[in-house]
Design a protein around this ligand. Structure first.
Ligand code: GLC
Length: 418
């Protein structure tokens, strides 16, 4: 076994807090939703049982209505803001009150498909399956009550791409006022130039205040939120997850599950297909408050590939887009197009490369028959990690590792690529 694989495993072990894995020490001291889905797949490459435990511990945070929260606060810590008291959610264990991209069902399917101990995996999935079904129903009921085929996200944190320039216009409508002072902890762990700006943070917390006042009730949150977007990444990830859940219904489903899931997936597929942007050669998100399409070109717009939602012509155009980007930066895939005025190679989701996004894009490309480009993206990801370590994100110009170090999901992706 190579030394890098050993190091990746060691990071997961070091970030293990007893059945759940923190994204990294200090900066993110709790369990995060989509991080854990990737991390579960990473664990499963060398410890299948531990992979399932990761998922089960995340689901300890699931609400009665099906929501799988963005953060589960299994143990308290002063290293992070906003903690449980700011959220004011009544749940044991404490959780935040918003969600994150639903990679979970896809992770569970992969754990099952690749299990060496098939019988043990079947037992674990049988117990988890009803919760996955409930979480997908939650998306439909809470975030697409009108049945448009696109689910809404109400907070940039829900998209997992917190300060993406795709949210600039929509976020600018959110007031900067907050009921209590914003006491950021992140900038004491990481250089401020690599993190969201102060003003963005004020708006992030304003939204938390609005939702807490709405009693965390989905209909009230939807009505009261000054931020509401149909994020192309979240919708693509959910569509992929619906298809993976559909496969699980064959073994674990109750009567009607398959038809219900298939009909949601069909509707999503049609709605995503309408979000193509010929100018950028990418899919795009929708601002559901103004009704405007969000034109800024980001890597999220490639994720319909991962959902299997792009036809052959659009796939070709996205490959061309990636090749254009490859001519402007040394490494793929920058989170924002390098020729966008707002491109910022260091600042978080405004330019840097994220290993989890690369992995999803590469999976999508490979499944669309684009093995060559898929391998380019996979090789770039391996190279970046081999040269710079298991960083939170990477500078696409020179491959420098930035943000936090020893990141669990970067380690997990390294394991998935071997
Ligand atoms: C940041 C990222 C988000 C991630 C979290 C924990 O908030 O933007 O995607 O889940 O950190 O790693």
């Amino acid at each position: 076994m190579t030394e890098m694989i050993e190091q990746a495993r060691a990071i997961l072990r070091r970030n293990d807090r007893g059945g759940y894995t923190v994204p990294t020490d200090r900066l993110y001291p709790f369990q995060w939703n989509w991080d854990s889905a990737f991390v579960a797949m990473g664990w499963a490459t060398f410890d299948e049982a531990r992979g399932f435990t990761e998922v089960e511990r995340l689901l300890e945070g699931q609400w009665d209505d099906g929501l799988v929260p963005q953060i589960v606060f299994h143990a308290l810590s002063d290293d992070y803001f906003p903690g449980p008291s700011v959220w004011g959610v009544q749940h044991v264990p404490p959780t935040s009150g918003i969600t994150q991209p639903p990679v979970l069902a896809s992770a569970v399917r992969r754990l099952l498909d690749r299990a060496r101990d098939g019988a043990a995996a079947e037992d674990r999935v049988a117990a988890i399956y009803p919760r996955l079904v409930a979480s997908h129903r939650w998306w439909r009921q809470a975030r697409d009550p009108a049945g448009s085929g696109l689910v809404s996200t109400l907070h940039p944190w829900e998209t997992g791409m917190d300060n993406s320039p795709a949210w600039d216009v929509a976020l600018a409508r959110v007031p900067t006022t907050t009921t209590a002072p914003v006491q950021r902890r992140d900038t004491s762990h990481v250089d401020a130039s690599m993190r969201p700006r102060a003003e963005e943070y004020q708006r992030f917390i304003h939204l938390v205040d609005v939702f807490r006042d709405a009693g965390w009730q989905p209909d009230k949150m939807l009505a009261a939120s000054p931020f509401r977007v149909a994020d192309i990444a979240t919708n693509s990830i959910l569509l992929r997850a619906e298809r993976d859940l559909l496969v699980l219904t064959r073994r674990f489903g109750g009567p009607g599950d398959a038809a219900e899931i298939a009909s949601r997936a069909d509707r999503m597929q049609d709605a995503i297909a309408r979000l193509w942007n010929a100018r950028t050669g990418l899919f795009q998100s929708l601002d559901q408050i103004s009704g405007a399409r969000i034109e800024v070109a980001t890597s999220a717009g490639l994720l319909p590939l991962y959902a299997g939602a792009a036809d052959a012509a659009h796939t070709q155009e996205m490959v061309a887009t990636l090749q254009r980007w490859a001519g402007m930066v040394r490494y793929l895939v920058p989170s924002t197009a390098p020729d966008e005025a707002c491109f910022d190679a260091l600042r978080y989701w405004r330019g840097p490369i994220w290993a989890v996004v690369n992995w999803m894009i590469a999976e999508g490309l490979a499944e669309s028959g684009e093995a060559g480009v898929a391998n380019e993206v996979r090789n770039a990801t391996r190279e970046l990690i081999a040269a710079a370590g298991f960083s939170e994100y990477f500078d696409p110009r020179d491959g420098r590792g930035i943000g936090g170090a020893n990141f669990s999901w970067t380690a997990a992706i390294y394991l998935l690529l071997h």
